[in-house]
Ligand binder design. Structure first.
Ligand code: GDD
Ligand code: GTP
Length: 421
């Protein structure tokens, strides 16, 4: 029997994803029509013998439990939300809920950061883990020298794939092989975490922690994985599959494109078909349109567009490289490009909503998405996609360029390179 644990964090995490995560927890933000973590759940349930998925986080239960119930219904696998009383770090929650994870004696479990996306090669990862008789197996991928500093960096023995050295977000170059935040763990990992926890508790009791962190807070990367390096128990499977973190809003557009691409082979029924093939409007693949959305026959959608439930798109309107969320409406002859239109927002007619594309550099191999903070060092807004928060009204005949509009605003003029608070 196999299980999966997905770390979904909580309200204080994912700050770079605001304002998109102001009205919906980041793990539930829809990408290619499905909540971000549903893609992870789908990858997990595709493994034979997987019987339970545990979502661990510190969001209030009311925000995640209904979603967990819905997922359980859809996939017919036990899916539970386990709420940490406070942020316990990437291994603290895991340890706190160890009895639930070990219940039923699983042979092992997948452990995934809830904010990554990929065509997860979980089967290969598990086979590799069994073959190596590993305590932990990490999915690794190649990054550029410069970008590797934003991730966990791994050094391995090239022949055996054993991890010999690990540094989390190093300040200078260590390795271009990075941690994807996707692991297979054997249940014995709890002995290792237990020993670390005892040591931390001892230090905590003796006042060494100085109130800097909660008792029970444990960092998986620094306190568990790094010390395991070179012990013969931890291995890395380097993969070339598509993989990305979702940190900034721009990475949602990037992930949207790749999940839509994956639908071509895995779930073609989720993609909108072009005119003449049963669809009423012009589609440049890949596009996902919820069946309850209303699109005018003269609208032109794509590539890389997702339109949520109940949304409406008017006559002659053009959508490209964008996500339109539930119940948003875009009136006639407007253009939306490199943007996200929030839930229930309204864009008038003859309006142009445009952002700056923020894809990884296609000319540099292994480049990942940059996830810069909202402002640069001079205090200026970094160019990014345009984000229209939920329930915003953008008037007709205006231009909204490279801007972020917080929820519930009624704009009255054109806006360029601004954050509207
Ligand atoms: N339940 C819970 N509790 N989840 C948490 C907590 C916590 O206290 N803290 C973080 N998480 C979740 C986040 O929601 C996210 O899904 C994941 O754990 C990792 O989050 P971060 O701590 O923000 O780390 P990171 O994303 O910057 O880096 C991690 O992921 C990279 C790959 O995406 C590290 O594991 C890196 O080594 C790795 O390269
Ligand atoms: P999370 O999104 O949950 O990680 O929270 P956060 O936005 O507060 O970010 P985190 O604590 O992970 O990182 C702190 C800061 O590091 C960010 O605000 C960025 O300034 C910087 N940073 C982290 N990752 C990247 C990256 O991939 N690229 C760039 N340019 N900066 C990064």
């Amino acid at each position: 029997m196999l299980k999966a644990v997905i770390l979904i964090g909580g309200p204080q995490k994912g700050t770079r994803f605001r304002p998109l995560s102001l009205d919906i927890p980041k793990p539930l933000f829809p990408i290619a029509g499905l909540p971000l973590v549903q893609h992870l759940i789908e990858a997990c349930v595709a493994n034979e013998g997987l019987s339970e998925i545990l979502l661990i986080g510190f969001y209030p239960s009311a925000q995640i439990q209904p979603f967990a119930n819905e997922m359980q219904q859809i996939y017919n696998v036990t899916i539970k939300y386990l709420q940490e009383f406070t942020a316990l770090g990437t291994a603290g929650g895991l340890y706190h809920f160890r009895d639930q994870i070990r219940f039923g004696n699983p042979e092992g479990f997948f452990l995934m950061n809830g904010d990554v996306c990929s065509d997860f090669p979980l089967k290969e990862l598990y086979e590799f883990h069994k073959q190596k008789k590993a305590l932990v197996t990490i999915m690794g991928t190649e990054a550029t020298r410069h970008q590797s500093l934003n991730y966990g960096c791994i050094v391995t023995n090239r022949e055996t794939n054993e991890m010999t050295h690990y540094v989390e977000k190093p300040s200078s170059y260590v390795s271009t092989l990075i941690n994807c935040g996707v692991y297979v763990c054997s249940p014995d990992i709890f002995h290792t975490i237990g020993a670390v926890n005892n040591e931390l508790q001892e230090r905590y009791r003796n006042g060494y922690m100085n109130g800097t962190r909660e008792a029970g807070y444990i960092q998986l990367e620094q306190e568990i994985l790094a010390p395991l390096a070179g012990t013969g128990q931890i291995f890395v499977l380097p993969v070339v599959n598509w993989w990305s973190q979702i940190k900034s809003a721009g990475s949602a557009i990037y992930a949207n494109r790749h999940y839509l691409q994956l639908y071509k082979t895995k779930f073609p029924e989720r993609l909108a078909r072009s005119k003449g093939q049963g669809e009423t409007c012009t589609i440049y693949p890949d596009v996902h349109v919820d069946p309850t959305a209303v699109i005018h026959p003269s609208a032109v959608l794509g590539p890389n567009v997702s339109v949520g439930p109940g949304a409406t798109v008017g006559a002659g309107t053009r959508l490209k490289e964008s996500i339109v969320l539930r119940d948003a409406s875009i009136d006639d002859r407007s253009l939306v490009m490199h943007s996200i239109i929030g839930r229930g927002s309204h864009v008038g007619r003859w309006t142009r909503v445009e952002g700056t594309p923020s894809d990884p550099d296609p000319n540099k191999p292994f480049t990942k998405m940059e996830n810069p903070p909202l402002f640069n060092k001079d205090g200026r807004l970094n160019p990014s996609i345009t984000i229209v928060g939920c329930s915003v009204s953008v008037p007709s005949e205006t231009i909204l360029l490279n801007s972020i509009v917080l929820p519930n605003k009624e704009l009255s003029r054109s806006i360029k390179n601004e954050i509207i608070l």
